[in-house]
Design a protein around this ligand. Structure first.
Ligand code: 13P
Length: 292
C-alpha cells in the first residue's frame, strides 16, 4: 500500500525568525492519521523548523510526525562549490529533499544529468527524495508532454535503481526513498491546475518508465504526487485518482487554513486505502474516497 504524502514547498519564503511559528501552526492543524507530512523551508530555516517540529504534541494520533525537507542538494558530495549545500550537510537538519524542481531547471540551468547526480548524492545521504518532473506549456500544446516526462524520468534516474544494493540495509520506514512529483510547469504558481485525469495519465507514464528502468514491481511502490496550484478546493480531484498519492504544494503551503484543508482531504484517502488494504481479497490501491 502506497503512503499518502502532502509536502509543503515554501520556496524562497519565510525567515529563521518566523518559519518555526508557521511550521508549528501548520503541524498542529494537520494531525491527520495516515498522512505523511513534509515541510520544505529554505535552507536557512531548516534548523528553526526542525526545532519547532520536535514536539510530541504535534504528532498525529497514530504517532506520525511532520518531517523536514530541503528544497535542493548539490550534485557533488563536497568541494569548491561556493554557496551550495551538499546532501551530507543536511544530516540532523532534514530527512527529505526535493530535487529537479522546474524553477531550478529554469533559473539554475539544471539538466537531467545534473539532477541525476543530486538524486544519487541524496540517496547516499539516506534522504527521502522528491524528484520533480513536468512539461512546459509549449511542449504540452505540441503533444510532447508524455515524451518530455518520460525523458526526464529516464535521465534523472538513469543507473539509480531501486533500491541500490547499498540501501538494502536501510530502514526507510513505511515510505520508499523515492517519490516522484509530476508538476506541469504551466500549472505552477499560475492558479491553473491540471485535471485529475491528466495527472493520472502522467502517473501511468512515470510508472511505466520506472518499470523500464528496472524498478521493482514496475514502479508500483513509488508514490507519485501532483504539484501545480494545489489548494484545499482542488486537492480532491487529484486524490480521487488511485494512481496519485498526494501533492507537492507551493503557494497554498504557506497558509495554515489551506494546509489544514488539504491534509484533511488526504486523511480521507489514507483511511480509505488502509481500509481497502485490510479487507481480505481486496487490492491495496483502491481509493474509495469521495471525489471532492
Ligand atoms: P504552486 O502550488 O504555488 O503552484 O507551486 C507548486 C510547486 O512548484 C510546488 O513545488
Amino acid at each position: 500500500m502506497r503512503p499518502v504524502i502532502i509536502a509543503a514547498n515554501w520556496k524562497m519564503n519565510t525567515t529563521p525568525a518566523d518559519a518555526g511559528d508557521l511550521a508549528r501552526t501548520i503541524a498542529s492543524r494537520t494531525r491527520e492519521p495516515g498522512v505523511v507530512r513534509v515541510i520544505c523551508p529554505p535552507f536557512v530555516c531548516l534548523a528553526a523548523v526542525r526545532d519547532a517540529l520536535d514536539d510530541p504534541g504535534l504528532a498525529a494520533p497514530d504517532g506520525g510526525r511532520a518531517a523536514v525537507g530541503a528544497q535542493d542538494v548539490h550534485h557533488e558530495a563536497a568541494g569548491a562549490y561556493t554557496g551550495w549545500t551538499s546532501a551530507a550537510m543536511l544530516a540532523g537538519l532534514a530527512t527529505w529533499t526535493i530535487v529537479g524542481h522546474s524553477e531550478r531547471r529554469r533559473d539554475a540551468g539544471e539538466t537531467d544529468g545534473v539532477i541525476n547526480g543530486k538524486v544519487r548524492r541524496a540517496q547516499e545521504a539516506r534522504l527521502h527524495v522528491i524528484l520533480c518532473v513536468g512539461e512546459r506549456l509549449a511542449e504540452r500544446e505540441a503533444g510532447q508532454a508524455e515524451r518530455v516526462v518520460r525523458d526526464q524520468v529516464r535521465g534523472c534516474l538513469d543507473r539509480v535503481g531501486a533500491p541500490a544494493p547499498a540501501d538494502q540495509d536501510v530502514d526507510w520506514g513505511a515510505v520508499p526513498w523515492l517519490t516522484i512529483a509530476y508538476e506541469p510547469v504551466w500549472a505552477i504558481g499560475t492558479g491553473r491546475n491540471a485535471r485529475g485525469a491528466d495527472a493520472a495519465a502522467m502517473a501511468g507514464v512515470i510508472r511505466e518508465t520506472l518499470g523500464e528502468l528496472g524498478f521493482a514491481d514496475r514502479g508500483e511502490a513509488i508514490p507519485v504526487l501532483y504539484g501545480g496550484s494545489v489548494t484545499s478546493a482542488n486537492i480532491g480531484e487529484f486524490l480521487a485518482e488511485p494512481s496519485i498519492d498526494g501533492a507537492l504544494v507551493g503557494g497554498a503551503s504557506l497558509k495554515p487554513d489551506e494546509m489544514a484543508g488539504i491534509v484533511a482531504r488526504a486523511g480521507v484517502t489514507a483511511a480509505a486505502r488502509l481500509e481497502a488494504g485490510s479487507r481480505p481479497g481486496e487490492g491495496t490501491r483502491r481509493d474509495a474516497a469521495p471525489t471532492s
